[in-house]
Design a protein. Structure first.
Length: 276
């Protein structure tokens, strides 16, 4: 693993200008494959990891220790900066969030995200949510000094009646609390994306592209988006191919679904031998 301090400097610099894609691997193999494809950084996905363990994506099914071990595995898989999907910090209180983000930083991550949903799936009250971001920032070090902190407003995903307005209110508060990057997963309309970009400027906005909406990386860059993630989408693409091929085999005895398998020599050659 590369020196965490130098990797964090590199990761922070990615957010200073332009637009980059930060895809989400779900295990060491997918992380190495994405690195080989030339992406500049990676981010974990709680859903992708949960599915790989045969579990749903819910805050109460993955232990903190298992999440930290998974994050450490992704960090160790490549020399790229890694940002951890750290859900709501796996703690009920701001002090607990602070304690846990220190443990997450110890894995060598270059960044991590904190969202504002409660264990029951509702939004924390804004003052509480802001306190949780402030606690994470204080635990990680001052803005610009250490791990890149991304704060998430889950307004679109929790069904808030005015998601854009509430996301603007929350993201501005999280920015003032010390978040380096702001994120409102679920936003899709171009005007809404532009509104969020302008609301948090000059800080960078991350946009999640979990499906094909016809928007391209170039389109998002033109809107001012600095960082693009795909969440569980790549894991779901892999699961989709697997379920189609296995379903055909189970239902009709057909091996047709195996036609799209990646060639064995390609995968064997891509991963190589440990230490090589």
């Amino acid at each position: 693993m590369s020196d965490p301090a130098s990797v964090r400097v590199k990761f922070r610099a990615l957010h200073e200008s332009g637009c980059f894609v930060i895809p989400n691997p779900w295990d060491a193999g997918s992380a190495r494959a994405l690195a080989r494809l030339g992406f500049p950084a990676l981010a974990t996905t709680s859903a992708g990891f949960a599915f790989s363990r045969g579990l749903p994506d819910a805050t109460d099914v993955l232990s903190l220790d298992s999440v930290l071990a998974h994050v450490a595995e992704i960090v160790a898989a490549t020399d790229l900066p890694v940002s951890a999907d750290f859900q709501a910090g796996y703690a009920a209180t701001p002090a607990g969030v602070a304690e846990n983000v220190v443990r997450c930083a110890a894995t060598g991550v270059a960044g991590l995200s904190i969202e504002d949903t409660t264990p029951t799936g509702s939004l924390y009250e804004l003052d509480e949510a802001r306190s949780r971001v402030e606690a994470a920032r204080a635990a990680l070090g001052g803005t610009g000094d250490d791990v890149v902190l991304m704060a998430r407003a889950e307004c679109f995903l929790t069904g808030h009646p005015e998601p854009v307005q509430e996301a603007v209110r929350r993201l501005r508060a999280y920015s003032e609390a010390g978040a380096d990057v702001l994120f409102a997963p679920g936003v899709r309309e171009r005007d809404d994306i532009r509104a969020l970009v302008e609301a948090v400027a000059p800080k960078p906005l991350n946009v999640l592209m979990g499906t094909d909406t016809g928007v391209t990386v170039a389109d998002l860059a033109e809107l001012g988006v600095r960082r693009i993630s795909v969440g569980s989408a790549l894991a779901r693409v892999a699961w989709g191919a697997f379920l189609r091929a296995a379903g055909e085999l189970a239902d009709s005895g057909s091996f047709a679904g195996l036609r799209d398998a990646a060639p064995f020599p390609q995968l064997n050659g891509m991963f190589g031998r440990p230490g090589a």
